[in-house]
Design a protein around this ligand. Structure first.
Ligand code: PLP
Length: 371
């Protein structure tokens, strides 16, 4: 069999300090290697239910939770196709590359899409939200919790009530924050809260998950041309009646999700997990200042899961990344228009403070060498 490795030390894992895909623990990889039954078996349905029950706890919600064989972008497109009628307007808040992507999904699906943004590095504040919503009547509003390109966390707890007061459905892209940052779906009345699992869940890529409100399901019933693979109604019907998916899901991945949710909820504990992510972010920001660098995000809106750092020392970012890779660690360049102007350190998933400290020490030495 072909022997493919991603690391020079064959078989061992690279230490990924990336904003996804991230380091996957050995215990999760072992779960994935277990033999399978079919996706129509009782055993599968029981596992599927454990996963979706776990997602409800993670998101503080009684809404149904669905599992998709796709990455997060699939559910972003599903929101557009299932929830926006052809004569309705949708508002896409954008503070970076992934907000722009959601707006592009609206446009390419032929929906009446309006984009409201701020300069990259800034957040959608309550003032920005109020101003944007006062301009027109929107049936659906779509917004990132954490924008992974800029490392900005929108103040979603403050902005969500303003959006809901406008009467719109609220879709939140929590791709790089779900399972790392507390998001209380029912308290905020979020209609769809979505993520892929290769980030704060510390799972391999291949699955996306969301919570969905009854109101969103009812709305989808009135929307034409929802498509087949990402039809909320069909997915929800099969989930509620049988704890299954309409088409064949990646069963090993769903076993990994089930096991990891059990770990998150019952071994680490939610509050401890959120606290650890906060500490990782604080440690990274301290390092940034100690090394005479600057954060891109406006103060007070920095993400707890990914730090986007300005290239204020005019470093050769590609060289820095490749020197760090030689030491067994991967960080990433800036995204989109921020390439070489910034670099990003992901501190999400199962990364511990000690691991982060070791990587930051090595990176500081490399920066001194490059200066
Ligand atoms: C905030 C955000 N939204 C959406 C996506 C797209 O996710 P996926 O690659 O899982 O489709 C990403 C990926 O990095 C992201 O960070």
């Amino acid at each position: 069999m072909t022997d493919v490795h991603f690391n020079k030390e064959k078989g061992s894992q690279l230490k990924l300090f990336t904003p996804g895909p991230v380091h996957v623990p050995e215990r999760v990889l072992k779960e994935m290697a277990k033999p399978n039954d079919t996706h129509r078996s009782k055993a599968y349905s029981e596992m599927h239910k454990m996963a979706t029950d776990g997602l409800q706890k993670l998101l503080f919600t009684n809404n149904e939770c669905l599992i998709f064989t796709s990455s997060a972008t699939g559910i972003m497109e599903a929101c557009v196709r299932n929830l926006i009628k052809e004569d309705e307007k949708a508002l896409f808040f954008s503070i970076g590359a992934f907000g722009d992507r959601w707006y592009d999904i609206g446009i390419t699906n032929g929906k009446i899409s309006v984009k409201e943004g701020v300069e990259w590095g800034k957040a959608i504040t309550t003032e920005v939200a109020q101003e944007a919503l006062s301009k027109d009547k929107y049936s659906v509003v779509l917004i990132q919790a954490n924008e992974t390109s800029t490392g900005v966390y929108n103040p979603i707890d403050d902005v969500a009530p303003i959006i809901k007061d406008s009467g719109a459905l609220l879709c939140v892209d929590a791709t790089s924050s779900m399972a790392g940052v507390k998001i209380e779906v029912d308290k905020l009345a979020i209609d769809v809260c979505l993520a892929s699992v290769q980030k704060c869940f510390a799972l391999p890529p291949g699955l996306a998950v969301c919570s969905i409100s009854d109101v969103a399901i009812k709305k989808a019933e009135q929307v034409k041309n929802r498509g087949l693979y990402f039809d909320f109604i069909d997915l929800n019907k099969r989930h509620v009646s049988k704890h299954q998916t309409p088409t064949t899901p990646p069963i090993p991945q769903i076993r990994a999700l089930t096991a990891q949710l059990d770990f998150i909820l019952n071994e680490e504990g939610l509050e401890k997990r959120f606290e650890r992510h906060e500490q990782l972010a604080k440690r990274t920001r301290t390092w940034v200042h100690e090394n005479n660098l600057e954060m891109l995000p406006e103060k007070g809106y920095e993400s707890n899961t990914v730090s986007t750092i300005k290239n204020s020392l005019d470093l050769d970012i590609s060289k820095m990344i490749s020197m760090l890779l030689d030491k067994g660690y991967r960080i990433v360049n800036g995204y989109g228009q921020l390439v070489n102007k910034t670099f990003r350190i992901g501190h999400m998933g199962e990364i511990q403070l000690e691991d982060l400290g070791k990587m930051l020490d090595v990176l500081a030495d490399i920066i001194s060498e490059l200066k």
